[in-house]
Design a protein. Sequence first.
Length: 104
Amino acid sequence: MEKKKGKIVVSDGAIIHWEKEFAGRPPKMVGFSVSLVASGLKGGPCVWRADTSHGFAHEHQEWNGLRIPLRGKDYNKLYENCLEKISENHRRYMELFKEKRQEK
């Protein structure tokens, strides 16, 4: 299995980490993860994540504990959608996470 990974540094103390897994010939995406990590907060907690662990694609919203199944079987499309979603929403998700963290 081949893995590709990288990161995108975004403003406000956050980093988007991504990983894609490929198998077969020709290579086909068989798994992925996209995570928003609060690098500016103590411990660098994960704020949001979408992945294919547990055998299905789903999203984790760490500020409210929700696990949301993602619809579709095309992992390439799901990966692109998740990367676009977090790129557009990272500031809002960071704020929601920080607000929830202050409530504890």
